[in-house]
Design a protein. Structure first.
Length: 170
């Protein structure tokens, strides 16, 4: 894990090719996204997360699609299967104009595919914002790094067939 005061980068390797890794990351996002209020963009509400493919597409959490109860986490700015994905990241308590950026790269590696995720733009979120959980600077980005590292382990477990993504991390 690497980080600055504004961004964090985490990576993992999955035992599959880049196209399949991209498909698992995008099409199966609700399967590897760890449930619970700490990990849900909508907080305590549990919906179904999904990417609407393409650029422009969206990352959304759906609570009741028929009633239009959907939270847009962010718009997709890059959708290149097997290569890269980029999207805005907003939480429900972000003000207008407050957003961060998640960039994910998929690179062929000796043992499969290296997935590298960078979450940046935190300098634009005030220190007193609830998303920071009272943390500043490196303590905050370290927390964000651990958040994404946990999620990438879950995605890796799903991709590698190592049991349920929600089972305890080993």
């Amino acid at each position: 894990m690497t980080y600055s005061d504004d961004s964090v980068t985490v990576s993992t390797t999955v035992a599959t090719d880049p196209i399949t890794a991209f498909e698992i990351f995008t099409a199966d996002v609700d399967s590897w996204w760890r449930s619970g209020p700490r990990f849900r963009p909508g907080g305590k509400r549990k919906g179904t997360m999904r990417f609407e493919p393409g650029s422009p597409g969206r990352l959304i959490e759906v609570y009741d699609e028929h009633a239009g109860d959907v939270f847009e986490i962010g718009r997709i700015s890059a959708w290149e299967p097997g290569q890269q994905l980029a999207f805005q990241w907003r939480q429900p308590n972000f003000d207008e104009g407050q957003e961060t950026l998640v960039e994910v790269r998929f690179e062929e590696a000796e043992d499969g595919t290296k997935i590298t995720l960078t979450h940046s733009g935190w300098a634009g979120i005030p220190y007193e914002h609830p998303a920071r959980h009272g943390l500043r600077d490196q303590a905050f980005v370290s927390m964000i790094g651990l958040f994404w590292a946990d999620l990438l382990v879950s995605a890796r477990r799903l991709a590698n067939g190592d049991g349920s993504p929600d089972s305890p991390i080993r």
